[in-house]
Design a protein around this ligand. Structure first.
Ligand SMILES: NC(=O)c1ccc[n+]([C@@H]2O[C@H](COP(=O)([O-])OP(=O)(O)OC[C@H]3O[C@@H](n4cnc5c(N)ncnc54)[C@H](O)[C@@H]3O)[C@@H](O)[C@H]2O)c1
Length: 271
């Protein structure tokens, strides 16, 4: 019987591919034989990601690509089509938070900086919608393809202090279901759109929030652990398998879902 998880014939474009979760996933999928296109904001980060990826195999390339710049997105899409010829999977990994869009521990809810709030909404929501609207044109032509978005635990449960990011991730859940429906109805059952909702993984965005310099948990880190039945944070490689499954033939009747990868955080009331 054929291997339902074989991704070795797929061309996979990954935004935020110099980052922790998307970058690690990009490397993993290349190790599984896929051709991976590394996209991130700055050329030097892309060059470093591609140089590291070349050690895995020659099946990779990269482009500087600001996910919020439509001109750049269109140029990169044209270059990929000219250089590589097609895209089978888009992983929307670019995203993140910033302090001004978060209510600080000593701040009031009304201290929110609307400018920073808008920036976080843009990066996470438009930074997912715009690349999808650009790169998924290939899926329309091919009548096949898969988009993977990154949601968060903050999409469906209120996480104190984190407003802009939560609003954007909730909208990503909605966009995932909307786009999955629209693409399938228009272009058939080989075009799928799914999302991953990671629990808490230590990355550059949240390290200081969750872990003290001596390695102990901050008060907030301890709150997260208390609501995670696994009693630990996630390891970055623990997202790879879910994405591998979602983009593979094994998930060919699966679309519009948001899969938690969270050590049980979303299942547990905390009591
Ligand atoms: N780490 C976690 O615990 C966690 C939890 C839930 C969801 N997520 C989500 O998973 C995704 C990946 O997270 P991560 O931890 O790997 O983040 P990360 O900060 O390590 O990587 C994000 C990458 O996005 C890039 N980026 C930022 N702005 C960009 C732009 N305008 N255009 C193109 N690239 C841009 C950055 O350069 C960076 O390389 C994000 O959407 C994040 O919100 C992470």
């Amino acid at each position: 019987m054929k291997n339902l998880f074989d991704v070795s014939d797929k061309v996979i474009a990954v935004t935020g591919a110099a980052g922790v979760l998307a970058g690690g996933t990009a490397n993993y999928l290349q190790e599984q034989g896929a051709y991976v296109i590394y996209l991130d904001l700055f050329q030097d980060k892309v060059d470093a990601a591609v140089a590291a990826a070349k050690k895995i195999s020659d099946k990779c390339c990269g482009y500087a690509c600001n996910v919020l710049d439509q001109t750049v997105l269109d140029e990169v899409y044209q270059k990929i089509m000219a250089d590589v010829g097609r895209i089978d999977v888009l992983i929307n990994g670019a995203g993140g938070n910033m302090p001004g869009a978060t209510i600080g521990p000593d701040q009031d809810v009304f201290d929110l900086k609307i400018e920073d709030y808008s920036k976080v909404l843009d990066l996470n929501l438009k930074g997912t919608v715009m690349p999808t609207m650009t790169f998924a044109k290939a899926f329309k032509a091919q009548k096949a393809g898969c988009v993977i978005n990154f949601s968060s635990m903050s999409a469906t449960q209120a996480l104190t202090r984190v407003l802009g990011y939560s609003n954007a991730k909730a909208a990503i859940d909605n966009f995932t279901k909307w786009m999955a429906t629209e693409m399938a109805l228009k272009y058939g059952d080989k075009v799928r759109v799914c999302a991953l909702a990671p629990g808490f993984f230590i990355g550059n965005q949240n390290r200081a929030l969750l872990i003290n310099e001596d390695g102990s948990y901050t008060a907030r880190g301890q709150q997260v652990i208390n609501k995670t039945p696994f009693r630990r944070f996630g390891e970055q490689e623990e997202v790879y398998g879910t994405i591998h499954y979602l983009i593979s033939e094994a998930a060919k009747f699966v679309t519009g879902v948001i899969v938690p990868v969270d050590g049980g955080f979303s299942a547990y009331s905390g009591v």
